[in-house]
Design a binder for this molecule. Structure first.
Ligand SMILES: Cc1cc2nc3c(=O)[nH]c(=O)nc-3n(C[C@H](O)[C@H](O)[C@H](O)COP(=O)(O)OP(=O)(O)OC[C@H]3O[C@@H](n4cnc5c(N)ncnc54)[C@H](O)[C@@H]3O)c2cc1C
Length: 389
């Protein structure tokens, strides 16, 4: 019988896993250990409503404290797990405390990729955005008239830019690849968001790399690969994230830019499972690490079924969203491997969708201000009724 289940990391995937475990197994002991000093919280608002002051820290919590008590889930916040002893089946906390497990779930998330130190040695006011503390520091910088450099034109960089533009900052986004959203979306979706940002006064430089960032007499000077120099007040770096898989590496689990798991969220140790941003799933010879709320929730639940030895519900269609200004992008499916796109106008002004196909097969959609198309395609993908549209 499984008595002790320990979950390392206390974010989106952890809470999803704990909730499903408790629903499936009223008697097991569940312990959630997280190194942040907060109730487990949602990150998406950190680049959106939290930054613009429309959502307080308290409202970020995924569940109130009373929920953990009512569910008999032991929540240990502000405590870091330093190592895992697979032989003794214990996790070892920073304090030295050892917690035994029968089954262990790793949901340690990811961390922002940093700029190489040589590009910006000893520069002040250079930020990344992952947690509440990062977002609070950035919020304190949002003063009208201030100029900010955003390095990277992915979702986090673009969402930060939209929030900063609302607050009256001057913004320059520098993207080294040939276009923004290059790794995640089609050229048509990128075109839409480029125009949206430009219409709000944001400058976007594409195919331009940052060569150096230096503090000089109270200002920060940025040298760019197009030969230009700009002065800014502070810098935000949004150049992707790296899986927090160090604990797994150190205890000898297989990793591949993330903790390697099978379709049942099981790692190379049958007693250890992983879910969310920290995990790379291998399924039908395809490996994929997805950073999204939906993936964290679903994998957290899958790990719960799996570790209890129960049948796993079928996987659902991946989805994701991004809010910038008053525009909502909703994505259903995964567009990897598409060979053509079709752009369709939506029924509302400013609405459009980009449909991604691999051959004749519809595999994903980006729906911009078009929730009807998003829901329609998501259902089509869910039921696999997607061959010819
Ligand atoms: C600014 C921002 C905006 C986003 N916007 C969107 C969006 O609009 N839509 C969307 O779908 N997704 C969005 N995401 C992504 C989404 O938030 C993540 O995919 C999701 O939070 C992943 O959940 P997780 O449980 O895997 O990791 P997390 O929620 O990051 O939780 C992992 C936790 O584990 C802790 N931890 C790590 N190591 C240890 C250790 N050794 N001991 C104890 N604790 C540890 C971490 O500190 C963290 O608290 C956004 C992310 C960010 C940062």
């Amino acid at each position: 019988m499984i008595k002790n289940i320990v979950i390392v990391g206390a974010g989106q995937a952890a809470v999803s896993c704990a909730a499903r475990l408790r629903a499936l197994s009223p008697d097991c002991s569940i312990t959630l250990i997280g190194d942040e000093p907060y109730l487990p919280y949602q990150r998406p608002p950190l680049s959106k409503a939290f930054l613009t002051g429309d959502l307080s820290t308290e409202r970020l919590a995924l569940r109130p404290r009373t929920w953990y008590e009512a569910q008999s889930i032991a929540l240990k916040s502000g405590m870091q797990v330093n190592s895992i002893d697979r032989h003794k089946r214990v996790v070892i906390l920073e304090s030295g405390e050892q917690l035994p497990y029968d089954k262990l779930v790793l949901t340690t998330g990811s961390r922002p990729r940093a700029l190489p130190e040589s590009l910006a040695p000893n520069v002040n006011r250079i930020y990344t955005l992952r947690g509440i503390d990062d977002a609070q520091r950035l919020k304190d910088e949002l003063r009208p008239g201030t100029k900010v450099l955003v390095v990277g034109g992915g979702y986090v960089g673009l969402e930060f830019a939209a929030s900063a533009a609302k607050a009256g900052l001057e913004i320059v986004i520098v993207e080294a690849a040939e276009r923004i959203l290059g790794r995640v979306s089609s050229a048509q979706t990128a075109d839409y968001f480029r125009e949206l940002h430009r219409s709000h006064g944001v400058e976007i430089l594409e195919g331009v790399a940052v060569l150096s960032i230096c503090d000089n007499a109270g200002t920060t000077q940025v040298s760019l690969s197009n030969g230009k120099q700009i002065d800014v007040d502070f810098t935000v770096v949004g150049i992707g994230a790296i899986a927090n898989d160090q604990l797994a590496v150190e205890c000898g689990l297989e990793t591949q830019q993330g903790i390697l798991i099978n379709g049942a969220c099981q790692t190379s140790d049958p007693l250890i499972f992983a879910a969310g941003d920290c995990a790379t799933m291998i399924r039908e010879a395809v490996t994929r690490r997805i950073e999204s709320v939906q993936n964290a929730i679903e994998q957290g639940e899958t790990a719960a079924y799996s570790l209890l030895g129960l049948d796993i519900p079928p996987a659902s269609t991946p989805w994701f969203w991004s809010d910038q200004y008053d525009t909502k992008l909703q994505i259903a499916g995964i567009n990897g491997g598409y060979d053509r796109t079709v752009v369709k106008a939506g029924t509302r002004p400013g609405a459009q969708s980009v449909w991604y196909y691999a051959g004749e097969k519809l595999i994903a959609v980006d729906a911009i201000n078009d929730p009807v198309t998003y829901m329609t395609v998501r259902r089509m993908l869910d039921t696999q009724a997607m061959s010819i549209v």
